[in-house]
Design a protein around this ligand. Structure first.
Ligand code: PLP
Length: 456
């Protein structure tokens, strides 16, 4: 070992990325094009224009340009809370008695408490630049809505958030953070939109889903002058913005001559995972290096491990473009588990294609196991992790324990996407021993998959 590795590897400001990396440029098998739900043909820039900001639509459709300059205004905002530290988990290693070296990239050091601000600020910037009045969005657990409300208040944009009802009720404090930053927050399904009214009628008492909230937000954007819809995950543009995570991680590792062996991220819609692994996946795709990369998803919403790779709607209301992705079917409504940010029926088309091509593997983990890992992590590393992030912790611990058996000194890197201060109801359930593990039956999954759209 050349240099002593500190607890925290920080970068200098001038070592921060000035460009986002578009891994699609290095993929031989490109993600399949997104389709217009009206025509079932690849969607064009013009057709995306009523829904998305122009620059973001361009980023969405561009699978050739390897690097996009990060506009100076966004770089300036990033400097308020980035670079984020890459932490060597010395205390966790000691607790586990493992010869493995464990590192985590910590994205919870901003008020929104997660990595989502990396894309929120980019999306708000392009909306402002286009002269819009405001944006609409959905939020599941609340992290995205919080990040977007911060980003919108920075650029003085109106922000309308449709929040999945179960989270709206479970997390009143999240809601108040958003309102403090000036956002309007509506529980979804609501009675404000056609699709919301329809879903309320079809599924009385439903606690909602991300797919449903997306439909409401899109309807709200397209029916108000000067508004566009923005999304916190799944889309390729979001994954692109999140590559700041992976680029910083790579620079930090390189600085100390560390070669990652295993890279782990939790997967909801795939943006943090995709952003973390992109630069590494790029090396694999170009034949320059080899890494084991693992996506971790909840057993209650197992898109990669139990879904199929097919075109599907991104939303319950079937008004968004269709994407080819690993999906459980857009009518799948996952049980009300405590990792709200991972309750999405589909997966980023980039992550899906990388998984299909074997660049990436996936595992699903059950909720109580995840919280056991979260508790151990909190006690030794100090940080109170978000339930979503704890999925990655769980698998990082599993991998480190394998090293203990084999004596291998692997470098394990995982993404710690955020903090769990607004998830204390979940921690309370865990601490009281009241937490259940809900795993959908094959029959349930088959049923929602049987309703997939037919695409040639
Ligand atoms: C939203 C969220 C996730 C999952 O979203 P991805 O798009 O899959 O990254 C993970 N962790 C936290 C803390 C989140 O807020």
């Amino acid at each position: 070992m050349s240099k002593e590795i500190p607890y925290k590897i920080y970068l200098e400001e001038n070592e921060m990325p000035k460009q986002w990396y578009n891994v699609r440029a290095d993929m031989k098998n490109k993600p399949a094009p997104i389709l217009n739900p009206a025509t079932m043909k690849p969607i064009t820039l013009e057709e995306l224009a009523p829904i998305f900001c122009g620059e973001l639509a361009k980023q969405e459709l561009d699978d050739r340009t390897p690097y996009f300059d990060i506009p100076q205004e966004i770089q300036d905002f990033y400097r308020m809370y980035r670079p984020s530290p890459l932490v060597r988990a010395y205390c966790l290693e000691k607790k586990l008695g493992t010869p493995a070296h464990i590192y985590y990239k910590f994205e919870g050091n901003n008020t929104s408490g997660s990595h989502k601000l990396n894309s929120a600020i980019a999306q708000a910037y392009y909306a402002k630049k286009q002269g819009l009045k405001g944006v609409t969005t959905e939020t599941g657990a609340g992290q995205w809505g919080t990040a977007l409300s911060m980003a919108c208040s920075y650029f003085d944009l109106d922000c309308q958030v449709y929040m999945v009802k179960v989270s709206y009720e479970q997390k009143p404090f999240r809601r108040e953070v958003m309102r403090t930053y000036g956002a309007t927050v509506t529980p979804s399904p609501s009675m404000n939109t056609n699709i919301g009214r329809k879903i309320n009628q079809e599924f009385p008492g439903t606690t909602g889903s991300l797919g449903c909230a997306i439909s409401e937000a899109v309807e709200a954007a397209t029916t108000q002058e000067g508004y566009r819809y923005v999304l916190g995950s799944v889309l390729s543009q979001v994954l692109l913005h999140q590559t700041v995570i992976g680029l910083e991680t790579k620079t930090a590792l390189d600085k100390y001559g560390i070669k990652a062996d295993v890279i782990i991220g939790c997967a909801g819609g795939g943006s943090n995972l995709g952003g973390l692994i992109s630069p590494f996946a790029g090396e694999v795709l170009r034949g320059e290096a080899d890494y084991e990369m693992i996506a971790v998803e909840p057993a209650s919403c197992p898109s990669l491990t139990r879904g199929i790779y097919a075109y599907d709607f991104c939303d319950t209301g079937k008004i968004c473009p269709l994407a080819k992705m690993y999906t459980l079917g857009s009518s799948f409504i996952p049980s009300a588990n405590h990792a709200g940010g991972l309750r999405y029926h589909g997966m980023s088309s980039i992550v899906s294609q990388l998984y299909e091509d074997g660049i990436l593997t996936a595992r699903s983990v059950e909720q109580t196991e995840v919280f056991k890992a979260a508790q151990m992590f909190a006690r030794v590393e100090g940080i109170l992790p978000a339930p979503e992030s704890s999925h990655a912790i769980k698998v990082a611990i599993d991998e480190a324990m394998k090293c203990k058996e084999t004596g291998e000194e692997k470098n394990i890197v995982f993404g710690l996407t955020g903090t769990g201060y607004f998830d204390m109801v979940a921690y309370q359930k865990f601490n009281d021993g009241d937490m259940a593990d809900y795993v959908p039956t094959d029959e349930e999954i088959r049923k929602s998959l049987s309703m997939l759209p037919k695409v040639e």
